[in-house]
Design a protein around this ligand. Sequence first.
Ligand SMILES: NC(=O)C1=CN([C@@H]2O[C@H](COP(=O)(O)OP(=O)(O)OC[C@H]3O[C@@H](n4cnc5c(N)ncnc54)[C@H](O)[C@@H]3O)[C@@H](O)[C@H]2O)[C@H](O)CC1
Ligand code: K
Length: 523
Amino acid sequence: MDPIDMMITDINCECLGLSRLCLMESAGKSLAEEVGKIAVYTFSKPVKIAIFTGSGGNGGDGFVAARYLLNRGYDVDIYMLTDKDNIHSDNAKTNFEIITNMEPRLSHLTVHYLDTIEDVNNCDIAQSESFSEFIIVDAILGTGIKGELRPKVKRAVEVINKSNGLTVSVDVPSGMDPLTGEVSDVAVEPHYTISFHRVKTGIHLAGEDKVGGIVTCDIGIPIEAEYFMGYGDLLRLKNRPSKSHKGNNGKVLIVGGSKDYSGAPTIAGLSAISSGADLVYVAAPESASLAIKSTSPDLIVRSLEGDYLTSQHAEEILELVEEVDAVLLGPGASLNDETAKLFNILATKIKKPLVIDADALKLVDINLIKNNENVILTPHLFEFKTFFADKIKELAIDESKLKLSLAGTEFSSIDENISMFQQITKAIKGTVIIKGEYDLILSGNKFKINKTGNPGMTVGGTGDALSGLATSLLSQGLDTFNAAALAIYINGRAGDVAMNKQGYGFSATDLIGYIGAIMVNRW
Ligand SMILES: NC(=O)C1=CN([C@@H]2O[C@H](COP(=O)(O)OP(=O)(O)OC[C@H]3O[C@@H](n4cnc5c(N)ncnc54)[C@H](O)[C@@H]3O)[C@@H](O)[C@H]2O)[C@H](O)CC1
Ligand SMILES: [K+]
């Protein structure tokens, strides 16, 4: 599992009510159990356990393990590489406070404060000839490692590697990149690595000579924490460089609007702005463009001749496509043959990330986009069944079984229900969001379930807000799967905030007003 996926899953446990403090307790307990097994298996007599702890969650696991190992009768020494007032993880801090509250000590616990490199050099582990058999637990750094090792931590790693203790790394050998398994300078070279929940990608890639024997511990994270969208997923949003210029953070083109509708492309455009895109162009027929321009000064509107979008506009639109990072086809375009022609030309020619929504879903031929990995489709269930009708027929799937409902246990059987949807969406290489009471996001073998949103969102325009958001996230560099999943999650949460504030009396533009704050998790 990628470290970022692990961090997101970890945070999303909180959305289920499972606190990270609980997870740390479970991780530390499992760690102590495994260390206990290794001790019994390797040594025939009680041995000292030396736990090196860092300033994050990895160190926290070490503090928890200390309690369980003491209860098993081991002598435990904690070697703190961080100042006690400088523990960064709140949960690690809580667990360290427990350790300090256990004074005066009745159990065999000693805490060594290694404040300087000198302290590391002088600690008894550095002179480990003084004891023959002991276990070192490396709880210095896990998935939160960033950049080069700081000098004191680096020295501690060297001391651990030089010692003659049996070494057990917690989650990731400290110093190793948990994603790639690379070691830029130095890393603990353990006899065992104890991973929590799932083995991190880097551990697999690094190989046994770098990580020792791999043990995976179940710490009670339910499968739903991996597959339900939650605020942990906001971690995937791109950080903005402080020196970025106008246009660096996404340029979007929306192709839509008609004599009949000007609101839909406007809402999509405003949603793209609200979710962080720098520049939003709207290409719309002149019958809609004036209304779009007068509704918002924030949108750059290209007026195209006539009442509807037609294939005559293809060239002009393709020139605009050159200027942007992602394109949305569909909102408010209306259904007519000429617009269908245009959309099918665009769907074939546009190689940039593309969202196909609303009327475009009814007009674009699936065969033209099926091999494009850079496409997001945003149908609700009925549109989904129509768009994929041929595939559903080919697979002989009973349409009435394709449900997205809150009732009963439909999603409890991943094998049956989700895989039925997956078989269908595998007809294309892009990502599909199926909008319903629960939303499903599918791409190849990957899927996510979104539960945000409420019945107030049946108001007109919320689908346009979603497609604008998805296009905006694509323009900011997210891949189709993550852009789609985050768009539906954020849009739904914005709808939930709107509902809390205004009851069912909110509009799509009210919803858009909450998107920005949700993206920085202020709601
Ligand atoms: N679900 C789970 O798998 C659980 C995992 N847990 C453990 O928590 C860690 C991740 O915790 P986190 O606080 O995010 O990160 P770290 O402990 O790895 O370290 C962050 C800490 O270290 C400092 N730091 C970062 N880079 C360096 C460096 N190059 N040199 C020195 N110091 C560095 C930084 O300042 C931070 O303070 C995970 O691996 C598991 O072990 C949880 O217990 C619960 C469930
Ligand atoms: K570690």
